[in-house]
Design a protein around this ligand. Structure first.
Ligand SMILES: Nc1ncnc2c1ncn2[C@@H]1O[C@H](COP(=O)(O)OP(=O)(O)OP(=O)(O)O)[C@@H](O)[C@H]1O
Ligand SMILES: [Mg+2]
Length: 245
């Protein structure tokens, strides 16, 4: 379980998060929505320990990430895979090198198993035989899949997805949504998905939370959010993003 406890964070005295509270139950897929710039990526970076809160705490499996020592933090990070907003592949490395980089660094598997494991993960994301291709030869959707394969190599307990479908055509976006669901259901990976695409949110989320003005202003099931009377929530989910305070 991941618990976000009253997390606040400012940059240059500009508050971005202002007491965010959120619980991500094991086995669930939790979608976080909110307007551009509201702090969704910042929140994900706190969960993986890339940013430290000014106040509050983040607990992963009952241990505080904030007060962890480096070695512990390292161990916890391995449990959490992240698909970054850009796909964050290294242009100078081919697909196989990109996917195996993390497990080689962490020495997670014997050397001679790695290429079979890379092939298996590529299979899982519906890509075959592209090990020797370079990122510049791949489409946006393929890059996302390769990044997902790379994150899954570490066999994470949690996967964080930052805007996994942005910039993809509707068919590819839907294929990525299906993959997120299958990673949750087949591998039992708890998922946090940041998106501003409501079609994706409804499809992959069994829980949806909205971030607004530094706080979670709504948290509930897709059905509950559809029925919410909160005007800010309704404006957002019906596509009218002009929010009246
Ligand atoms: N490292 C940083 N230093 C300074 N300001 C930052 C930093 N990271 C994020 N911010 C600021 O925090 C705010 C929230 O950024 P964040 O990237 O979390 O938005 P977001 O909700 O993910 O938006 P989008 O939907 O466009 O991706 C923005 O105003 C951004 O400029
Ligand atoms: Mg973002």
């Amino acid at each position: 379980m991941i618990e976000i406890k009253k997390v606040s964070k400012s940059f240059d005295e500009q508050p971005v998060l202002n007491g965010v509270e959120l619980i991500i139950e094991d086995g669930s897929s939790h979608v976080i929505i909110g307007r551009s710039g509201c702090g969704k990526s910042v929140l994900l970076k706190h969960i993986v320990g890339l940013l430290k809160p000014d106040e509050g705490d983040i607990w992963v499996d009952n241990v505080s990430v904030v007060s962890m020592r480096r070695r512990e933090l390292y161990k916890t990070r391995v449990k959490i895979g992240m698909l970054f907003q850009g796909s964050a592949l290294f242009d100078s490395m081919n697909v196989e090198e990109n996917i195996s980089l993390g497990v080689r660094e962490h020495r997670m598997f014997p050397h001679d198993e790695i290429s079979d494991r890379v092939a298996a993960k590529l299979e899982l994301v519906d890509l075959h035989g592209i090990q020797k291709k370079f990122p510049s030869e791949l489409s946006g959707g393929m890059k996302k899949r390769v990044s997902l394969a790379r994150a899954l190599m570490m066999e994470p307990k949690y996967m964080l997805y930052d805007e996994p479908t942005t910039g993809l055509d509707p068919v590819m976006a839907d294929a990525i949504n299906d993959l997120i669901i299958s990673v949750r259901d087949r591998l039992g990976v708890t998922s946090i998905v940041v998106t501003h695409d409501m079609a994706s949110a409804y499809k992959v989320g069994d829980h949806i939370s909205m971030l607004h003005e530094g706080l979670v202003n709504f948290s509930g099931t897709p059905d509950e959010i559809r029925k919410s009377k909160n005007r800010v929530v309704q404006n957002f989910i019906t596509g009218n993003q002009v929010v009246v305070a």
